[in-house]
Structures are given as structure tokens and as C-alpha cells.
Design a protein around this ligand. Sequence first.
Ligand SMILES: Cc1cc2nc3c(=O)[nH]c(=O)nc-3n(C[C@H](O)[C@H](O)[C@H](O)COP(=O)(O)O)c2cc1C
Length: 253
Amino acid sequence: MWSKGKNPYFDLTRLMDFHLGSMHSLSNMSANRPDKSQEKRKVESKEIVIKQSEIFKIDNKKLDNQLKEVFKNRRTSWAFNCNMTKEKLGILLKRAIGITEEDVFGNLKRAYPTAGLMFSINFYIYLSNFGDESIDRKIFKYNPDREELEEVNSLKKGEIDEICSMTKIGEYSFEASNCLFFFTTNFSDLFSRYGQLSYRLSLLETGHACENIQIAASLMGINSVPLGGFYDEKVRELIKSNQEYCLYILALG
Ligand SMILES: Cc1cc2nc3c(=O)[nH]c(=O)nc-3n(C[C@H](O)[C@H](O)[C@H](O)COP(=O)(O)O)c2cc1C
């Protein structure tokens, strides 16, 4: 039924209030470690009553091994060893999040799926340890359609470690990494079309893009760490954008 007045589903302030309330800062959380306890999962597995053994009897070993190879090395690892070259970075950008085809309507499609073909997620990339002062310790905004990197900021030594508790007050560091992807959105591009649903769509699209990059990186022998816990305002300061909010980070190296 049509209602008079403003429809709350299309009230962007509601979405922004929720997002701002979920932000992580130095004052609201300490350094968190992964929960190593597998107890809850063990209890759940006892409740499975029907085992579909037919499904897991695999004859197509070739296909099985191909897929096994792709996923078995996808691990989170802070053991950065500066394994990336500029060429590997180029391949990663082109193949994991770049253009894959132009459809019959002239739309450019990318390697990751996108809600409503709107490509609402932006990529900011911090680069370091390439032995090239024109890119090292700098943050760029990446445009996959034009394959262009636009410089947005230049960081001081150690500054990148200020973005999360694990590096600011924990025992880890990004100093030996090569690259940090900041996945951002302005929320408003998707909002006019999808209302409150755009919040979910933004997070889902980010996850798709990040997963593509992590899997591609692992195939190239590059270690990576996805980060959901980072200091939102510090990241916004580093990417120098008042309009965009970072949803996820992936560190590589
Ligand atoms: C949404 C999300 C947020 C994460 N945030 C962090 C993080 O802030 N710091 C971190 O060290 N790892 C983070 N991780 C990585 C997990 O710790 C890691 O995936 C988990 O320990 C399982 O290890 P695996 O990725 O090697 O399978 C995150 C993973 C996901 C999916």
C-alpha cells in the first residue's frame, strides 16, 4: 500500500545511523584473536542424521584435484614475504577484479558479480616494497574499467600499521606486505535503487571481490589477510574520502 510521507525504506539516514554505530575504534574494542575453539561445530555435526555418502564418492579425480588445488592454499597468513612483483600485481588486478567481457548490450562485465550491474564497490590500494618510489607507500584509487591507478595519498613509514589493533597494539605489521586493498562504498549510489537492501548488497559484493583476489593471490603464492576489524575513521583519513566508507580490507604480500 502507498503511504503518505517519507518511506523509511528509502531513508538513507537510517542506513547511515546503523553503519556509523557499527564502526570500530580504539575505544570500543581491544585486539581480537581468532576463536580457536571448534566445540560448537563439533556439537552441530552430531545432529546430522542422514549421510549422503553417494555425493562424496568422487570418480572424476581430475576435476576434484583441479578444484582442490584452487582452494587448498587459500589461507589467512600474516607471514608477508614481499612476494609480489609489479607484474603479479597487474595480473591480479586485471584477472581477479578486472573486465572479463562486454555483453550484447555493451555492458562491461567484471570477474566478480555485482548487484544491478552498478559496481558500487570502489578499490583503494596501498602499495609498498616494490622498490619503486613512484608507487611505494602510496595509496591509489583503482579504476578497473580504465585500468588506471589515481594517486590519493602518500604515507609515512609505519603509518599503515595504525589502521587496526592487530598492528597498532598487537604483534603484527604490514611493513613487509606489498599491498592492501580497501573496499569502499558511498552507500548512496545503490541506495536510490535498492533502499535499505543496499546495505546487504554492498557487503555481499565486497565479499565477492575480496574472495576473488584472495584466491587468485594464493594461486600466485602470495600470502593474505582479510580484515573486518579496522579503525574506520583512520582508514577514511588515509584514503582521503569524506564520501566513502571502508567495508573490508585485504592485505597481501
Ligand atoms: C569477515 C572476516 C573478517 C576478518 N577479520 C580479520 C581481522 O580483522 N584480523 C585477522 O587477522 N583476520 C581476520 N579474518 C581472517 C580470519 O581470522 C581467518 O579467515 C580465520 O582464522 C580462518 O583462517 P583461514 O582464512 O586461513 O581459513 C577475517 C575473516 C573474515 C571472513
